[in-house]
Ligand binder design. Structure first.
Ligand SMILES: Cc1cc2nc3c(=O)[nH]c(=O)nc-3n(C[C@H](O)[C@H](O)[C@H](O)COP(=O)(O)OP(=O)(O)OC[C@H]3O[C@@H](n4cnc5c(N)ncnc54)[C@H](O)[C@@H]3O)c2cc1C
Length: 293
């Protein structure tokens, strides 16, 4: 079993590079190992939470008073083709998945190219881009229930950046419907390159968690923030990107407190100017667990 580290800096676990200490941290090599770590934490009455690659996470400066668990990314394997579908392990990074699709002529998932994170995080977030969401391709998932049993072949309910699965503790794998198994690999690679280029022309490259807010119905959060004149606004080490209003960049020494202050300032300004309430897309992990803020 992988090592359990004590007082682990969660900064290393998020793309924002922000977060206090987790009481414990462990990386599981397999879903079986993840289950056994969860059981061990439960036996010792230690709360736990599962994260992916931390690309949609804001973690408190006070850290997390429990065990943070994640699946170690696989370099090989974790993706199985069967009957026009793909069974993908939650640990598989989207980068690895997109390379697999390109190499094997599996078309239809190009929209995932350039989104950081792993398959578990993508399904839990119903990640998407260019008008497509991963939930549209999900036939079913396998997950670990909070009661400890593994539940298979369940189709979750998806909505915008949300996946609803009653009692889900850890997502283990997903059964995806592919659009086309005979797409020429070079066509997929060309499209992936174009989409990567599209991102680098529009999104900043500094440490961020992607879009901070969900787009309100009929509006773009980035445009509202831009129209409010907030681009470039800085609190401590956290800055609203000059390139994209819905990205907050850690300029090197940002704290979670800086981020939360900036988030509140954006919300208050957008509310005052446009009477629109912005909701966080990013998930917030506080000392006692995930919180809606
Ligand atoms: C530069 C940049 C660009 C981005 N662009 C996009 C984009 O175009 N579209 C988009 O949708 N998102 C985008 N994102 C956000 C982010 O990459 C996605 O939401 C991604 O799917 C999150 O995956 P993750 O593995 O990093 O999950 P994390 O951020 O680690 O976790 C997100 C949530 O999922 C839960 N979770 C993760 N894995 C599991 C599991 N196995 N079991 C149970 N719960 C789990 C966590 O507890 C948390 O609540 C971007 C982020 C960055 C930094």
């Amino acid at each position: 079993m992988g090592k359990i580290s004590e007082h682990y800096s969660t900064r290393r676990l998020t793309t924002l590079g922000i977060g206090g200490l987790a009481r414990f941290f462990a990386e599981a090599e397999s879903t079986e190992e993840l289950q056994s770590l969860i059981q061990r934490a439960a036996r010792n009455k230690i709360p736990h939470c599962i994260i992916g690659r931390g690309s949609n996470l804001l973690i408190s400066d006070k850290g997390y008073d429990g065990m943070v668990l994640r699946l170690k990314p696989r370099q090989l394997g974790g993706i199985f083709q069967t009957d026009g579908r793909l069974i993908v392990d939650a640990s598989v990074t989207l980068g690895h998945f997109c390379n697999f699709c390109a190499a094997n002529g599996i078309g239809g998932f190009e929209f995932l190219c350039g989104i950081p994170g792993n398959m578990g995080g993508a399904v839990v977030m119903n990640a998407g881009a260019h008008g497509k969401n991963i939930g549209d391709h999900v036939e079913s998932v396998q997950f670990l229930h909070k009661g400890g049993t593994v539940i298979s072949a369940v189709k979750p309910a998806f909505s915008y950046r949300h996946c609803h699965l009653d009692g889900m503790d850890a997502l283990l794998s997903v059964d995806l419907r592919a659009e086309n198994f005979f797409t020429p690999p070079e066509k997929i690679r060309r499209q992936q390159t174009e989409l990567r280029q599209w991102r680098s022309n529009r999104q900043p490259s500094g440490p961020s968690a992607g879009s901070i807010f969900k787009n309100p119905d009929g509006h773009s959060a980035g445009k509202l923030i831009d129209d409010a004149g907030l681009k470039g606004y800085t609190i401590g080490g956290a800055q609203i990107s000059q390139m994209h209003g819905n990205f907050i960049i850690n300029r090197g020494n940002a704290t979670c407190a800086d981020m939360l202050e900036l988030i509140e300032l954006i919300r208050a300004t957008v509310r005052r100017k446009f009477a629109i309430e912005l909701q966080l897309e990013v998930h917030y992990l506080g000392p006692s667990g995930f919180e809606i803020i």
